[in-house]
Design a protein around this ligand. Structure first.
Ligand SMILES: *Cc1c(COP(=O)(O)O)cnc(C)c1O
Length: 291
């Protein structure tokens, strides 16, 4: 399973600004429709599910979730049925957006729309037990896919070459699984910088539970008000970036991360000679609905 992600993903040179070298690792090119980091997060979850004899995979997400689309695709690819618990009851009566249409029509994921109140229960034992009864023989993956299996997979994102050639590695953060994998596969003096797509610093606490290491930091300075929020300035930056470098970004994760890195470089936050690797985590499947 997941052999297709073992191949090296390309690294592209973006440019040199204020003496800082910027390259980008294109995980978005792993698959035309599926978000780059999500394959790494799913790999060991699916291997575990297969090994334990489960026949179905269940997970959680919002209506534009890259994780839902990736899970639906991987389930179909590897012979599982799948269930998506989707936030927002009102969506039952609406036509499916491209993310949900792909997951349901093309990948045969069964969609279950739940109220926001029910969705909030997604980490509680009683709700998980209820789901387990309702969907027997089903392996449950948490929202965003983040658990120890996800971290194990994300430790495979960087190659030995990457470990030797970069001083700073930058990545967008949602639930923190990807960042933790990057942290766990590197060590000081390499620095891992996370750009949070969400407001607040609770992610710092969560990542501290997943790793002992401390050559990393997270900022929410570039979350543009919170998850899935945008400003005309962010959208303009994404258009500029795409025009200048011919690399697509989306406004929830990679657009904010690249904006943040460029802003820090502009403020001369990084010493001259720093070599930065940006991780393009994909997420382009929902882009047409978002901007
Ligand atoms: C899910 C996602 C992230 C966040 O990954 P986490 O491991 O949840 O922090 C970043 N970028 C894109 C494009 C994503 O789809």
């Amino acid at each position: 399973m997941f052999q297709n992600i073992q191949r090296n993903t390309p690294i592209e040179h973006i440019g040199v600004k204020h003496g800082v070298r910027i390259d980008m690792k294109r995980l978005d090119q792993i698959h035309p429709y599926i978000s780059g980091n999500k394959f790494y997060k799913l790999k060991y979850n699916f291997l575990e599910a297969k090994q334990k004899g489960y026949t179905s995979i269940l997970t959680f997400g919002g209506a534009y979730s890259n994780h839902i689309a990736a899970t639906a695709y991987a389930a179909k690819q590897y012979g599982f049925t799948s269930v998506g618990i989707i936030r927002g009851e009102e969506l039952v009566h609406q036509p499916l957006n491209p993310t949900l249409n792909f997951s349901h029509q093309i990948c045969s994921m069964q969609l279950s729309f739940v109220s926001r109140a029910t969705y909030k229960e997604r980490h509680t034992l009683s709700y998980l037990e209820e789901l387990q009864r309702k969907y027997p023989n089903t392996y449950i993956i948490p929202e965003g896919g983040t658990n120890t299996f996800a971290v194990q997979g994300c430790k495979e994102i960087l190659t030995d070459h990457d470990l030797q050639h970069y001083d700073v590695i930058c990545c967008a953060v949602g639930t923190g699984g990807t960042l933790t994998g990057l942290i766990e596969s590197t060590s000081s003096p390499c620095k891992i910088l996370g750009f949070s797509a969400l407001k607040g610093d609770f992610l710092k606490q969560e990542i501290r539970q997943l790793t002992q290491k401390n050559h990393w930091d997270i900022t929410d300075d570039y979350c543009f008000g919170g998850y899935a929020k945008t400003t005309p300035e962010l959208i303009e930056f994404i258009h500029m970036f795409e025009h200048e470098y011919n690399i697509p970004l989306e406004p929830i994760y990679t657009g904010k991360m690249c904006y943040g890195v460029f802003n820090l470089i502009h403020k001369q936050y990084f010493p001259k000679g720093t070599r930065i690797l940006l991780i393009h985590t994909g997420g382009l499947q929902a882009k047409s609905s978002l901007m």
